[in-house]
Design a protein around this ligand. Sequence first.
Ligand code: SF4
Ligand code: SF4
Length: 505
Amino acid sequence: MYMKGIRLVGLSLFFAGFVAFVITLGFGQYQLSSAIIEQTIKPEHRAIVQERTAFMNGRLYASNVAFIGDFEKAITGYNEEVRSRQEWDKVIYDDYAFDVTKAASLGVLQGSSWLWFWLSIGLATLGALVYITTGLRQLPGIKNNLLYRHPATDRGWIGIIVGAFLIGFYVVLYFYPEYLTNWVLLVDPISRSINGGAASRWFLYGFLYTLVIWVMGIRMLINYRHNRYQQVRTVSVIFFQTAFAFLIPEILTLLNQPYQDLKNIWPLDYTFFFDYRINEKIQAGGLGIFMLVWGTALSLVAVPVLTYFLGKRWYCSWVCGCGGLAETLGDPYRHLSDKRLAAWKIERWMVHSVLVFAVVMTLLVLYTYFSGQSTVLGFLDSYSVRSAYGFWIGSIFAGVVGTGFYPLMGNRVWCRFGCPLAAYIGLVQRFKSRFRITTNGGQCISCGNCSAYCEMGIDVRWYAQRGQDIVRASCVGCGICSAVCPRGVLKLELGPQKSRVIGEG
Ligand code: SF4
Ligand code: SF4
């Protein structure tokens, strides 16, 4: 009863903060001025944008929807005119809507970002923590009660609403960021205190991503407080996300160095070899060259060597940001991963196809970089291939589907079906690694906990019943199968590669 009350308080605080967060999107008024055009538009486009948006100057807009609508109409109208005259060099390809909308914002948020920050993000975080800490009054470990009945964890209405929110968030973040300017303004003071500049949509994303990993990471630490492997692994993903993915790149920006997540490895970091990123590093001098060498060495040396000695888990379950989110925010959904043989077959085709796509795209990019030619074999345009990869794989698959589908398809949709780095590391783990999960088949009571909770859709019980080692390319070594086994059947082990017993699986 007491615990129920605290949970209710936590949920209420969370929802109050969440509702405040959502409604802040509609706050404020907007007003365009010549000074804003000067400040946000490139010199070559300033005159024409001034002319085309003159009708907006001084006009007070009560909503960002109306403001953005008028601004887009002005730019689209101009582009259509010059396109109809086939004056292609005059078309404005730059997307100015985000910067202009943010700069034109007046009213509530501009002067009171901190207040609204605490009333929305702060309150939601507090509520989530209050709710989560009630786990300390329960026994550690999994609770199977209603797992396949509850609307939040069995693709019910709560799961569908959460999925729709996540999908919507990613779509707006990637393709319509101008509608998120109020959320970006909320974190402006934090951005200024870390990197000295105003927040961008990517700062907002990095901040929320890190915060969610902290909050849901604390939940993992509480739920698995009896399991040392889970404790250390969770602290590791929180650390790498906070220091390497969030703080260090922001501090590099403050020092006028290239923005770089030093643990993000090609081909997951698919833009690593893009011309503008190579050039900015070379121009940055010593530190930039170090980043270039570091990133290349991580991909070509660290991945095979560390995977040989430790298995895929060193990256996918201990270091990676996508893995970090999957292991924390995605934990309540891990049982939704499809365990069928058909899913495994689709997974192998898809993930290795994305790896081939990433390799071909990067080779084309490097060819263009060194030769100055963008077309290969007379028909392959490296710029079109890279933008297709960026849209379909980098945005839609990794973001919209990868995270938005947690409550529908489990927490490792991207890692299983789309991540080219997971495919690369998986090949090393399958054919050249000391890592395996050993099974003491005689002890197995076929309860199925291990298979149910395997986020990579591996039917662990099938191996346990046969006393067979689990040596699978897809296993990320999260160790949850072992943590939830009531009989101590499963052990994540390292040993001579030759001694791994690889069966039919
Ligand atoms: S087999 Fe076990 S360690 Fe591997 S991904 Fe599945 S639950 Fe994690
Ligand atoms: S959780 Fe343990 S006992 Fe249950 S099926 Fe898996 S290996 Fe067997």
